[in-house]
Design a protein around this ligand. Sequence first.
Ligand SMILES: [Zn+2]
Ligand SMILES: [Zn+2]
Length: 73
Amino acid sequence: MQRIDEEDKGKMLCFTCLGIVRYYTGLRRHQKYECGMERQFQCPHCPYKARQKIHLKNHIGLKHLNLCSEEKL
Ligand SMILES: [Zn+2]
Ligand SMILES: [Zn+2]
């Protein structure tokens, strides 16, 4: 049972690392201080690697667990 953060309003997707970031200001901070760091969390379903565990959780939730409720892009 996977759970994505309940408060998903205002979330941004960082297209550099495909991580979910809270709010636009958080995205800028993320890209300045966090993005680009070595990714160490390997997705068990695809070659995606996340820098933070929460990013991997979000990725799995978005890419691998929500396919039944959303059309594949
Ligand atoms: Zn990023
Ligand atoms: Zn994946």
